[in-house]
Design a protein around this ligand. Structure first.
Ligand code: FMN
Length: 360
């Protein structure tokens, strides 16, 4: 008996392959359109974008594709920090400001209106799919999205987080395994307790929720795609595989470093942003690994922005955030469209599961 795939219908896509929203410039309109035009779901990493920037990126994508695409946003956090803590963080970062000739003077700040403004833009622009990480959107935001018929996708790193996503009304949940590149989406407890490998996470989440589950973390090709489907996921979300794609806006050095990296060169670090994220170990992550004077997210992220930018401008990877999952050896310098076609042909050729995809 053929098993229907719910995701392709809900998201109006051909194949249940989602290009992760990756904030910080990776998800160019060309990348998103390439993925959506090849039957997957491209996602704009809008987490850091100001409303007008977000609107203009969305308009740009609409010019390149008439297919569905998603916008990914960060559920905000407003940590309370004292002036002394900011001074201590600045002192800890001073050697790096000096080394890279950065004259960082601006105090970090919390933009308490940004998330609401981003939500307004996605509603005004009639975006069909919105995904979230770092927590659960408020009831008010969920109501506004539902009222406009937006399909919502949440992120979970444990079964309990997945159940809460479902209870809150999210339509789909991404199970983010510990292999995943970039920031951990954990929001319930310490990230150490929430480092669950994808092989363990998918089937346990699938058993606990009724909504469709998307597997994410270390998936780079047809083998990972079919494994995730075999474990009960109805789709996959991939980040690193698209970072190195030709259409990605990642810095060339970032792409090169992933392609040269080994699986044991990855680390989890809060040094760049104040929130644990997986990337390639370098001088910055090593020297700040045990530092206690880091600020919480998103403040630390603002404090290190100039350092990351100066490092990239110098062509020096040692102070850049080189986010990557644990499967860098499988990364390729190819088009995003080819990444999708290869995944699809592998699954169809190997007849991994009798699945019907196509809805469009
Ligand atoms: C460079 C990079 C940036 C990322 N930025 C985001 C983001 O803005 N929002 C989000 O929900 N996930 C983000 N992620 C995590 C992905 O959603 C996904 O969990 C992860 O890429 C899966 O692991 P993989 O990189 O091995 O495919 C990012 C991942 C990478 C590699």
């Amino acid at each position: 008996m053929e098993k229907q795939n719910r995701l392709v219908h809900m998201l109006s896509i051909k194949y249940p392959i989602i290009q992760a929203g990756m904030a910080g410039g990776v998800t160019t309109p060309s990348l998103i359109a390439e993925v959506s035009n090849h039957g997957g779901l491209g996602t704009l990493g809008g987490g850091y974008m100001h409303p007008e920037e977000l609107r203009s990126a969305i308009k740009n994508i609409k010019e390149k594709t008439s297919r569905a695409f998603a916008v990914n946003l960060f559920v905000p956090e407003y940590p309370d920090v004292s002036g002394e803590e900011v001074t201590a963080a600045r002192k800890a970062l001073k050697p790096y400001y000096d080394k890279l000739a950065v004259h960082e003077r601006q105090d970090p700040f919390l933009d308490v209106e940004l998330f609401e403004q981003q939500i307004n833009v996605v509603l005004e622009e009639k975006i069909r799919v919105v995904s979230f990480t770092f927590g659960l959107p408020s009831g008010r935001v969920m109501k506004a999205l539902k009222h406009s018929g937006v399909i919502t996708i949440g992120t979970a790193t444990t079964v309990e987080e997945a159940v809460l996503n479902e209870m809150k009304g999210l339509d789909i949940v991404v199970a983010q395994g510990s292999e995943a590149g970039g920031h951990r989406g954990s929001f319930l407890q310490s990230f150490e307790k929430s480092m669950i490998g994808l092989f363990s996470l998918i089937p346990q989440v699938v058993d606990a929720v009724k909504v469709p589950v998307i597997g994410a973390g270390g998936i780079m090709d047809g083998r990972g795609f079919s494994a995730a489907l075999s474990l009960g996921a109805e789709g996959v979300q991939m980040g690193t595989a698209f970072v190195t794609s030709r259409e990605s806006g990642a810095h060339e050095l970032h792409k090169e470093m992933i392609q040269k990296a080994r699986e044991d060169e990855m680390t989890l670090t809060s040094a760049f942003s104040g929130k644990p994220a997986r990337g390639i170990r370098n001088t910055f992550t090593k020297s700040l690994s045990r530092h206690e004077d880091l600020l919480p997210y998103p403040l630390q992220n603002q404090m290190t922005k100039a350092i990351r930018q100066a490092s990239a401008a110098e062509g020096n990877p040692e102070y850049m955030s080189l986010w990557s999952g644990q499967s860098p050896r499988l990364s390729r310098d190819t088009s995003a469209g080819e990444v999708i076609s290869d995944l699809v042909s592998y699954v169809e050729e190997h007849r991994v599961l009798p699945i019907t995809w196509s809805s469009t």
